[in-house]
Design a protein around this ligand. Sequence first.
Ligand code: ADP
Ligand code: MG
Ligand code: MG
Length: 936
Amino acid sequence: MPTKTKATKPAAKSAAKKTLSKKWVYLFEEGNKDMRDLLGGKGAGLAEMTGAKLPVPPGFTITTEACNAYTAAGNQFPKGMWEQALAALKTVEKKSGKKFGDPKNPLLVSVRSGAKFSMPGMMDTVLNLGLNSETLKGIEALTKNPRFAQDAYRRFIQMFGRIVMDIDAKKFDAIFDGAKEKHHAKQDTDLDTNALKEVVVKYKELYKKEIGEEFPEDPYKQLELAIGAVFGSWMGKRAVDYRRINKIPDNLGTAVNVVTMVFGNMGDDSGTGVAFTRDPATGENELYGEYLTNAQGEDVVAGIRTPMKIAELKEKNPKVYNEFRAIARQMEKHYREMQDLEFTVERGKLYMLQTRTGKRTARAAVQVAVDMVREKLITKEEAVQRVEPNQVVQLLMPQFDPKAKDEAKKNGGLLATGLNASPGAATGLAIFDPDTAEKLGKEGKSVILVRYETSPEDVHGMYASKGILTQHGGATSHAAVVARGAGLPCVAGCEGIRVDEEKKLFSADGKTIKEGDYISIDGGAGEVFAGQIQTILPDYDKEEDLKTLLGWADDIRLKKSRKGMERAPEVGLQVWANADYPRDARMARRFGAQGIGLCRTEHMFFETERLPIVQKMILAKDDAERQKYLDQLLPIQRADFVGIFEAMEELPTVIRLIDPPLHEFLPSYEELLVKATELRVKIEYMQKDNVNSSTEQAQFKETEELLKAVAGMKEANPMLGLRGCRLGITMPQITVMQTRAILEAACTLKKRGVNVHPEIMIPLVGHVNELKNQREILEAEAKKVLAEQGVDLEYKFGTMIEVPRGALTAAEIAEYAQFFSFGTNDLTQTTFGYSRDDAEGKFLLKYVEDKILPENPFQSLDQKGVGQLMQIAVKAGRATKPNLKIGICGEHGGDPSSIEFCHRIGLNYVSCSPFRVPVARLAAAQAALTPISKDK
Ligand code: ADP
Ligand code: MG
Ligand code: MG
């Protein structure tokens, strides 16, 4: 059929054409910032700036695909690449008005590597490429500065030899130092033109000796070798190792940027600098960076002369400063983001050489985001998305007093810098083993645990410390993971220190720190100091910018509802807090909590003056005796709840009835056994000596009775034993007393005119009948209290969903519940079949390290398993009661990715520790702004 032949022919042709004409090279004006995959970060930045009409020297980028093709072909340029590069070079020549290899007006270029992410191991930049003995003359004539020309030439030969051809830099240095000695030159700049000429001759001799060929005179040969070397560096050992460790795939490849040279070393009207458009530490809207007059870019890094602060440039060279500031402003307008810039001034004319998004501290992130909204650069939604929720944690953690820290640095107190594994600052005694750390920690001493690396056997010492320092290990090392989980500052992988755990000391920076010496660590900066540094606890009330940002976050999360999502009765994800005491409740409100999602009542039983009553109540022989002690506990609990309700006023407050197994309130079996044995022996001796032992005998009898009671309550698996609503069902008097205490307290407040909202939560329900039983008993008591008090009050009864059966039968359970709250700590334990303490102490961290589990499911919700049960429960619960209020009160309620999940499945609120409320507010807003993708 004619159509068929017609159809195949052009296709084949175009396919052939496609392979021939694959685009390997992009002029800067052909790319943009979204092409990082193809052009690398540096190339995409240069292209975007060119497109924005910023002054970028003309140039082009060879793609990362070309790099991959080069590697695949056994280090051969792909077909067509070189021709395209030559064509691009022609265009660059036209733009710059110079010619590559032209002895009269030569074009010189830099050859710069640039992968999608900046990474170590990539080839360093070669400057001044295109110089040879001919073009050198052109540069001499044009600049009328023979010394400059010779200097550029010797730099080029050195860089090319070292970077492209891998000649040992020391060999070049030896020649250069020899010349300085011979000419009695103190500084590089003291060498005159002739001396530099001698250096060039010796450099070329060295090159020939090392490579076996003359130094390439042909600029095109120079370019070809340099491009090949950049591609080759992608598969170099250092780069490959780095990618393995950081899980960066090998197939990204690096791009090569060829950029017209501009010279910052042409006199005092020239120079080079690096700067952030705003202060990356404070976020202040001021240029921040350094400038070096009469220098090329590499001089700043090499530290040959001390550069001046950009602020000084403002006074010393206002013209350059103002021009740069104007460009920086323009850059920010264009990118609508703080930038980190490299620039060079050639004879008063400014050129941009690099841009990227500026890294910043938590404080700066908040300040910049808020300022940019005020400057109308970005929207409030964007501002809210620009700050990482975990940066908020950083802002609220203890920090070093900046002045004291600067002082310590000035006085040489900085010992070493490692990985900033977990934020916060800590000062304490250096301790080298976990047992001593635990002992001193329990005595109330501030301890910093210093180890080569940590393992599960160290955990008890870590928890007792104020901070952790390790010599070895990365961001997912044991130390880092545990510290982040526990909210402890941690500097990990600090290879600058040498830890000797045997001798209990470490050395760094020529100093030795022994056990018991004070050290200070800044986990946000990764810094380790000798001595004590004053720490300050940030005051949330004074964090105006943070409060503004979180205010916007609240507007966003509470307004945005999702289409097709049953979220009732409120719209948007609320943030509540877990608080057991009035002081926690007050703190939660200050941080912006809209309710209490979990008030645990058993803490109240543990307080010293109450525990004896609690114990007698538990050990009571019969109901009547038990009631006697419960009557004593009632006013105490009532007072506790009055305190909580006073703090929360009209906000909803969920109070959970007693949850842990009763033996937790009794002395330990082992301790009692020892005591009983000792008493028995003592009595025997006393009797032998005919001493009256009646007191001891009474004590012995009491101890033995207690021992019997404790033994009777001992459980093989307390976590799965008599606890939660099972306790309320076996001993209803306890929960009846608690319900009475809660409602009497609520009535007290109501009588004062405060419209309180108590919500009584029944824990650990797995079968609807458990809830039915408890609710009937407790509701009867509630009605009785309200009738006695003559008060009309709204209260709710609900349940925790924290065992899989509860989730699976949520439709039935919802019949008897006015709200659900996911207790995801227990739900994670019972879904995985792990007991948390045993798991975290024994195998869980190994699981995470070995990637058997992606992360600790007690820190970040296991969405596939535990999350699936939650989804089932939400759906089933709301099928029974469309307006069922559902929240989460496990620790996951404060974890950003878990919060995102809670938003997605339509919960009404997350409840977390008061300290994490600001984090959750931000994370919830970000969740509201994240489009729901189908695959999620
Ligand atoms: P890195 O990735 O290490 O920052 P760069 O390619 O940015 O490497 O270059 C190193 C130094 O050389 C920088 O200071 C940069 O500004 C300077 N530089 C690069 N290309 C040129 C050029 N065409 N003209 C002048 N200086 C340049
Ligand atoms: Mg750079
Ligand atoms: Mg629980």
